[in-house]
Design a protein around this ligand. Sequence first.
Ligand code: DGT
Ligand code: CA
Ligand code: CA
Ligand code: ZN
Length: 582
Amino acid sequence: MTSSNDELASLFEELADRLDAQDVAYKPTAYRRAAENIREFPDTVAALAETDGVEAVQQIDRVGEAIAEKIVEYVETGEIEELDAQREALPVDIAGLTSVEGVGPKSVGTLYSALGIETLADLETAAEDGQIQTVSGFGQKTEANILENIEFAKRAQQRQLLGEALPIATDLMAHLDGIGAVGRCETAGSLRRWRETIGDVDVLIASDEPAAVIDAVESWPAVESIIEAGSQKASVRTAGVRVDCRVVDPAEFGAALQYFTGSKEHNVQLRNHAIDRGLKVNEYGVFDVSAIDDPDDGQRVGERIAGSAEPDVYNALGLSYVEPELREGRGEIEAAAAGELPNLLTLDDIRGDLHIHTTSSDGTESIESMVAAATERGYDYLSITDHATGPGMVGGVGLTDDELESQLATIHELDDDAAITVFAGVEANIHADGEISVGDELLEQLDCVVGSPHAALDGDGTDRLLAAVNNPLVDVIGHPTGRLLGQRSGLDIDSSTLATAAADTDTALEVNANPRRLDLDGSRVQAAIDAGATIAINTDAHRSERFDYVNYGVHTARRGWAQSDDVLNCQPVDAVRAFFDR
Ligand code: DGT
Ligand code: CA
Ligand code: CA
Ligand code: ZN
C-alpha cells in the first residue's frame, strides 16, 4: 500500500525529533520544513517517488536531493536507514514522550541519558519518585508540570481524531451498503455525536441474517486484525482504530441506535425521565410498564410503544427528537420536554468563509484560485486572511504591513471583477500581552481582521484574548484556545467572560473547522451563545480542497446548540460587512 503524505511527513518529523534529542544542529529544521511541505503536497508523494524517482520528488519545496533519496529509499524498501540507526541510538518512544506538553526532543535526550527514561510510563514513575528534579535543567516546577500534563498525553494516545475516524467509518458503510443481508446501517457512539476525538467507532446494522453481516464485516478490505467476532457482534482494527459492529433486529433498530449513540450521561437522564413516566427505555425499545409488577424483571417487558425508528423513541417519552450532537447531558432532555430545543444550523446555511490562506503566506493556492473554488461551492463571500509576520510564523512566513497594503489593493481590484464578494483581511497574531502584530493604520483599512494566538499557548489566556476582543479593529478571534488535539491543550479561557465582551464589542469567536483544532469546541460554543456572542465557522484552509472541513465546524457548532442566526457567516453579505464595520 502506498504511504500517505501524512505518514511520510511523520517519518521526517520523527527523524528531526531524534536528531534534536541528540543536539544535532540545522538538520532537524530542514527535515521539519520538508515534512510540512510533504504533508501539504497536493499529490501523493510516495506514488510520485515510485514512478518518477528522486529528481521528481525534488520539485517539492524544501526537499533537496538528500531528502528525496530518503523518500525513494522508503518507498522501495519500507525503511529509512538513517531513521533506523537513530531509533537504535536512542531507543525511546519519542512521539509518546514529546506528546507531554513541556517535554521537547531535547528534554527526551537529557532524560534518557540521565535516568534511562524510554516510555511515558518511565516518565511518570520518575516524576512521581521525584527523580526528574534532580536532573540539571529540570526544577521542581518542571517536574510538577510533567506530572500534570502526562495524564492528558496518556488519554490523548488512546483517542483518535474524528477527522481520521470518520473517513474509515464512511468506507465501512460503503462496503456494507453493497451486501444483501444488510438493512439499515448507521454509525453510533461518539462519532455520530461528532465528538472531536473518538475512543472507538460504533456501527449498527439492522438485519435478519446476522451471520452474513458478520462475514461481510470480516471481509471489509481495510481490516487489519479481528479483535473478536461473535454471532451478533464483530470488533475489528484498522489504521489504529477499533471498530465495533453490532447486528440488531430491524424492529429494535431505532432503540438500539438511540442507546448506542449515547452519551452515557444522556442515556442515564433519558432513562430517569422514562421511569418518572411509568415507562422503560433500553436498547430494545420503549415499554409501557405501568401494569407490570417488576419492570426490572427482563429486558422486553410490558407493552412495546417504540423500537424500530429512533424519533419514535423520543416521541414515546414525550420529547421532541434530540439531534445526536446535543446528546451530552447539557440540558437537552429538559429542553426537549419543554419543546425548546434549538433549530440547529446546517451545512446549507453557510454562505462564506472568513479565514483562509493563499500563497502570499503559507497557503498553496493563489488568491484567484481560492476565490474560484469558493464561487464554485456557491459561497457569497470569502475573506482572504493571510498571516502577518510575527511569533509562531516559522521560516519567514507572513506578510509585512507594506506587503499587506499592496495585497489589499490587489484584492479590492479582484473584488470588482469577481462573482462573489472578496474581503481583504489578515490573520494577525495576538501577542502574549494582547497586542496585535499589525499596525492600526493598516488594520483600519482592512475589511476583516482575524486575531489569533499562535505562540505562548499555555496558562490562562482570558486577559490576553479580552484585550484583542476589546480592540475595536479586531473582527474575529481565530482558534481562540490554540489547542491542537492530542498535542497541546492550548490556553485556558473563561468562555463566558470572553463571550460577554465579544457580544458587547461585536467581535466574532471562531469555530476553527480544521479537525486537528475544532476550537472553540461544543461546550465553549454553547457558553458563548448563552452570553449572546456571535460565532464564525471558518476552515483556515491552506488550499481549496480544505473548504470541505467546514462540515466539521458546522457539526461542532451544532454541539454548541448553534442556530444559523448565531453564526456570522450564515448571514447575507451586507450584514457581514456591517458587522465588520461595527
Ligand atoms: P468513545 O468511544 O469513548 O469515543 O465514546 P462512545 O460514546 O462512543 O462510547 P462507547 O463506544 O463506549 O459506547 C457507545 C455508546 O453505548 C455510549 O455512548 C452509550 C452506550 N453505552 C455504552 N456503555 C454504556 C453504559 O454502561 N451505560 C449506558 N447508559 N450507556 C452505555
Ligand atoms: Ca465509541
Ligand atoms: Ca464501542
Ligand atoms: Zn489561519
